[in-house]
Write a protein that binds this ligand. Structure first.
Ligand code: NDP
Length: 339
């Protein structure tokens, strides 16, 4: 059995889908209510691999909302993640992906130091961030979509917003070593971490976002932003490919311009239908087949019987691990979203 710990993108989103999740009494409630709501298993489904193998999974809604961070409800946010992990473990799940902000909260607030949740000792080997597969899929999306937009990666400048993050740093390593991009622009806020990454890569330039965006042929968005940014289209190159891997999305969902191709980053499409409800709720275009790459990682680990925290900690993702999870991804019938 594999598991997925997920959350919704905003209080507004949560209110609008509470009924679909089976909790109509949550629909009119404010942030306080969500802060005290316990985790729930809201979906139970089967997934068939392209090899014919079938596995079972459960989706755990943590009831975390990004507004909890913006409103300094840190204790509630951390409790949501720990309680959801304990709930997954108690329900006999072998390997669970910590989707979206779940792994970010786990890392930022050092939750590895809190192993005990009530009467249960968390076994961290049963969890994965899913970030290795996410980084791999984003890189494959860049490599496949750039030529379609008339962009030759070997001559291109790629800006990575959120470069020092777990996903961002892996993407930078791959774009340098495997995609052979001409120039890499490293964007984040903390200068020390940016300088360390620049030294590790021995490649690229550290630049503030407003200086990097006008220079970029491709922008990879993997910053942990609680809300989408408004990007000034007049300051962007055309054509420009934007691969937005953020959850919630890094760029405002209403952003639309003919010269700028925006691709939903870190999303995979399965070759067979999955009979579940949860991807309707997070607004996938083809909910029976499309899903977050981090969730697919827990499926891949279950298919491969690799019940271990494959992606764990920050900035530990190697090219070898990306190759390994990438091969499993192809074998079991997942492909990067390209439209
Ligand atoms: P990390 O916390 O490891 O990294 C976040 C990065 O964003 C850091 O480089 C951070 O650097 C940067 N950042 C944060 N705020 C800003 C800002 N205001 N301006 C510029 N940079 C900023 O996160 P992950 O790598 O784990 O996740 C990144 C994103 O990917 C998140 O939105 C997450 O929800 C999403 N995600 C998507 C998945 C999928 O399957 N599609 C799976 C997992 C995650 P600094 O603080 O120095 O600015």
């Amino acid at each position: 059995m594999f598991g997925l710990i997920g959350h919704l993108t905003s209080l507004e989103h949560a209110k609008s889908v509470a009924k679909d999740l089976g909790y109509p009494e949550y629909a009119d409630q404010g942030l306080d209510f969500w802060c005290s709501a316990p985790p729930q298993i809201v979906d139970h489904f089967k997934v068939v691999s392209a090899t014919g193998q079938t596995i079972e999974g459960k989706y755990v809604e943590s009831c975390f909302l990004p507004e909890m961070l913006a409103n300094r409800r840190i204790k509630a946010a951390t409790r949501k993640i720990l309680n959801a992990m304990a709930h997954a473990q108690k329900n006999g799940i072998n390997i669970t992906a910590l989707g979206g902000f779940s792994s970010i909260i786990f890392e930022n607030f050092k939750l590895d130091q809190i192993k005990r949740v009530r009467n249960l000792d968390l076994d961290f080997k049963k969890f994965t961030t899913g970030n290795t597969h996410t980084a791999y899929i984003i890189c494959k999306q860049v490599e496949a979509a750039a030529p379609k937009c008339g962009i030759d990666l070997s001559q291109s400048t790629v800006a990575v917003c959120g470069a020092t993050g777990d996903i961002g740093s892996a993407v930078c390593r791959w774009l340098k070593a495997r995609s052979g991009v001409k120039e890499l622009l490293l964007v984040a806020r903390n200068q020390e971490r940016l300088n360390d990454l620049r030294a590790e890569l021995d490649f690229g330039r550290v630049l503030p976002m407003d200086e990097a965006l006008p220079l970029a042929d491709v922008v990879v968005w993997v910053a942990s932003l609680p809300k989408g940014l408004n990007v000034d289209v007049n300051r962007l190159k055309q054509p420009c490919l934007m691969v937005d891997g953020g959850y919630p999305k890094n760029i405002d969902v209403t952003f639309n311009h003919p010269g700028i191709h925006v691709l939903k980053g870190g999303i995979v499409e399965h070759s067979l239908d999955i009979d579940w409800h949860i991807m309707n709720i997070v607004n996938m275009d083809v909910p029976g087949r499309q899903l977050f790459a981090c969730f697919a990682e827990s499926m891949l680990l279950e298919f491969e019987k690799l019940h271990t925290n494959f992606s764990w900690g920050r900035n530990q993702i190697t090219l070898e691990k990306m190759d390994l999870i990438g091969e499993a991804s192809v074998r079991h019938g997942f492909r990067p979203l390209l439209t």
